[in-house]
Design a protein. Structure first.
Length: 573
């Protein structure tokens, strides 16, 4: 007997007439339940009620989240003899808990004597230094004992309240007693008298005070003596100006080298590690300020030397640009120094930079004219339109440029008043610079009287031309004198000549001598300059009628007018 599935299924359907409806409903129900899961698996939809994220552990209130935080916290607690707080930074076993105070004291002494690296050398990352060759849950704190390196190991453990933290491992604490017994006296304790070691001042032995003072005084005396010796030797090989510049650098170099050597000697003085950390930070601030002083002095002397070279080459535009560059450098150096000092003091410079950026935007909006003047001064000097010492005409005001600052141009007028013009306004006005000219134009009109003969005119023209050709200060190619007009009152000659000098005072002297020689030429020719005359036409009654005056009467009127003109010229002279 064979089994046929189709026949069997038909029989089942006949036997269970409701099977089709139940099977369909069950299938729809399964599909409806599977759709959300399938959508999440394929990324087609998101759950309306996502599972809550796991609760994050609270940050460690004692700063043990990083290796540096653990070491720093232990140093601070042990420094004030708070061994209960110091125990929070140690992975103590049950046997070691009874000796917590002794272990913390000995560990502090070991770090005070033999930890010579800066605290910043310890990793400040929560995961520690992953490239130190140790397991990822360990970090080393190196000590240098008797010339050999001994590592204190920090271990990362899971704290139920604060999560993963770093602690001095129990294995390291087990080695502390043996290391403490092997400690030797410091060189200060071996050299200094017992009387200085037994007496304290402000909690520090007098021996340490003497060693501290010696670590400052001896390098200062050494480097100052070396600078004096160097200046003495340079006196025979360099000129006085260069020696003066080198002398100005002696003190900054001495201070920088003294502070550097003093900081390097601190680990060997036997001072406590907590004090060394704070004191090193203060010395670092002084070192940054001293370096800024040294850089300021170096760049100031360099800029002065470069400006003097440009002055000898008559490059006043480049000299003024260097002066502005020096001022910009001083501002940048001050800002960088402030930010470095803030970083050393522990201020978040990223926040400070963000604040400066926001403040800069606010200042830019509130002080648009100031920013415009600053950029205008930079562009003005970069275009070489003006320089200190130039004589120029700005906004119809004549004067000599005395200074170009980051905001304005200062002009000394002929009345000896000081005119300050905003640099931003210079881009919107005409600037006439007389300092760039190599020659000055002498142009005038010579008016000869009517009655001058042709021979006299030719004599005057040729005499003046000869003067122009023979004068060494006159440009002969462009110099000319021409008869240009018969005016209403005089015969007019035009004199046009360039005086070959950029110095205005010398130009006045040359032009004066030229004019005097021209007067001699005119007088030698037999003619003269025209006198100022006025023609007056008068009317009179003739036979009861109005009419013009006779020719004789008009001539008489002209003579009277000429006499009046002569009298006026005498009074003017």
């Amino acid at each position: 007997m064979t089994f046929e599935p189709r026949t069997t299924l038909d029989g089942l359907r006949q036997t269970f007439p409701t099977l089709n409806r139940r099977f369909a409903g069950f299938t729809v129900l399964l599909v409806a339940m599977a759709l959300p899961t399938l959508g999440q698996m394929l990324g087609l939809g998101a759950s309306t009620n996502p599972a809550p994220a796991p609760k994050q552990a609270e940050p460690d209130p004692f700063g043990r989240s990083t290796p540096r935080g653990t070491v720093g916290g232990f140093i601070r607690a042990a420094q004030r003899d708070d061994f209960v707080a110091a125990a929070r930074y140690m992975e103590l076993s049950d046997k070691q808990r009874a000796k917590t105070e002794v272990l913390a004291h000995d560990l502090r002494e070991l770090m005070d004597r033999y930890y010579t690296e800066p605290l910043a050398a310890i990793s400040d990352a929560p995961s520690g230094d992953l490239d130190d060759g140790l397991p990822i849950d360990q970090e080393r704190v190196p000590l240098k004992i008797q010339g050999e390196r001994v590592d204190l190991i920090l271990k990362r453990v899971n704290n139920p309240q604060t999560g993963l933290i770093w602690l001095f491992s129990s294995d390291t604490l087990a080695r502390v007693p043996a290391l403490s017994e092997a400690m030797e006296e410091t060189w200060v304790e071996r050299i200094m008298p017992r009387a200085l070691l037994d007496h304290n001042f402000l909690g520090v032995s007098l021996a340490l005070w003497v060693a501290w003072l010696a670590s400052i005084a001896l390098p200062l005396l050494l480097f100052w003596s070396m600078s004096l010796l160097g200046i003495f030797l340079l006196r025979k090989t360099v000129d006085d100006a260069r020696r003066i510049r080198l002398t100005a650098l002696a003190w900054p170099f001495t201070v920088v080298l003294t502070i550097t050597v003093h900081v390097l000697l601190l680990p060997w003085l036997g001072l406590s590690l907590g004090f060394r950390i704070l004191y090193t930070r203060a010395c670092s601030v002084l070192l940054v300020i001293a370096v800024a002083w040294l850089l300021h002095r170096i760049f100031r002397l360099s800029f002065e030397r470069a400006r003097s070279m440009m002055g000898r080459r008559h490059r006043s535009d480049t000299e003024s640009l260097m002066l502005l560059g020096q001022r910009v450098f001083n501002v940048l150096l001050t800002l960088v120094t402030i930010f470095v000092v803030l970083s050393i003091l522990g201020v978040d410079t990223k926040t400070a930079l963000a604040g400066v950026g926001i403040g800069g935007v606010a200042v830019a909006f509130g002080a648009q004219k100031t920013v415009e003047n600053l950029l205008g001064g930079i562009f003005l000097l970069s275009d070489k339109a003006l320089a200190v010492g130039d004589t120029c005409c700005i906004s119809s005001r004549l004067g000599t440029v005395e200074d170009i600052t980051l905001r304005s141009v200062r002009l000394r007028t002929p009345e000896q008043t000081l005119l300050s013009i905003p640099a931003g306004a210079l881009s919107q006005t005409n600037i006439e610079n007389f300092a760039t000219r190599q020659k000055i134009l002498a142009q005038t009109s010579l008016q000869l009287r009517y009655g001058t003969t042709t021979e006299q005119l030719r004599s005057v023209l040729e005499g003046i031309r000869k003067l122009l050709m023979e004068s060494p200060k006159i440009e002969t190619k462009t110099a000319r004198v021409r008869l240009i007009n018969f005016g209403a009152r005089a015969i007019e000659l035009e004199l046009y000549a360039y005086v070959l000098t950029p110095d205005f005072a010398e130009f006045l002297t040359v032009r004066e001598e030229l004019f005097l020689r021209i007067v001699e030429v005119i007088e030698a020719s037999g003619t003269a300059f025209a006198m100022p005359t006025e023609f007056i036409y008068a009317e009179k009654m003739t036979d009861g009628r109005r009419g013009l005056s006779t020719a004789g009467e008009i001539a008489q009127t002209e003579n009277v007018t000429a006499e009046r003109s002569k009298a006026m010229m005498k009074r003017a002279i």
